[in-house]
Every structure is written in C-alpha cells, then in structure tokens.
Design a protein around this ligand. Structure first.
Ligand code: H2B
Length: 96
C-alpha cells in the first residue's frame, strides 16, 4: 500500500501545485488545459501518456476537441500520494 499525503503535505497543495485544485467530492486533484486545436491537445495527451508509463502512474482524463481535463489520484493509496504530485509537476513542465 502506498502512503497517502500527510496533513501537512495535503494542506500545502495550493502552494505546491497552484494550477491544480483539490476536489471537494473525492481525494483527487484536477487541472484543465486548453490548446490551439485537437491536434495540439492530442499531442499533449501523447506526451502525458509516455510520462504516465515511465512513472507507472496513470491519469483519469477526458478530452473534448481542444480541451483536456486531468484528474490525479492514487488508486493504490485510496487517495492522494507523492506519486500524484510527481506526475502533476511533470505535466506542468510540459506546458511550461
Ligand atoms: N495509477 C494511478 N493513478 N494509481 C495507481 O495506484 C496506479 C496507477 N497503480 N498506475 C499502478 C498503475 C499499479 O496498478 C501497477 C501495478 O503498478
């Protein structure tokens, strides 16, 4: 079982990952992205997919044309873990 974030880490999320919001309804973080068109959105998703495979940590996500919404949580922890922070940071670096 992977450890969930402790209270301090969880409380610091707004500072650690300012672009991501903590969901009210479940232990997960979410960020929305908008691109120039579908091709750009899909290219981004392809890059995220490669990151997810390397990190063995996979997003819940949706795509509608130029928009991508990514939700991160750790199924093996039953909530948020350091793996979500690591993947979120790597995704943030992709979009600059
Ligand atoms: N992704 C996410 N988001 N949470 C997990 O707990 C998880 C995962 N576990 N990807 C990984 C795969 C696990 O199932 C494999 C066996 O390592």
């Amino acid at each position: 079982m992977i450890a969930q974030l402790n209270e301090t880490e969880r409380a610091a999320l707004a500072q650690t990952l300012p672009e991501w919001r903590l969901l009210a309804e479940r232990e997960a973080i979410r960020r929305g992205f908008r691109f120039a068109d579908f091709s750009a959105a899909w290219g981004f998703m392809a890059r995220v997919a490669l990151l997810a495979e390397v990190q063995d940590h996979h997003p819940e996500w949706s795509n509608v044309y130029d928009r991508v919404e990514i939700t991160l949580t750790t199924h093996d922890a039953g909530g948020l873990s350091a793996r979500d922070i690591k993947l979120a940071r790597a995704i943030d670096l992709l979009v600059g």
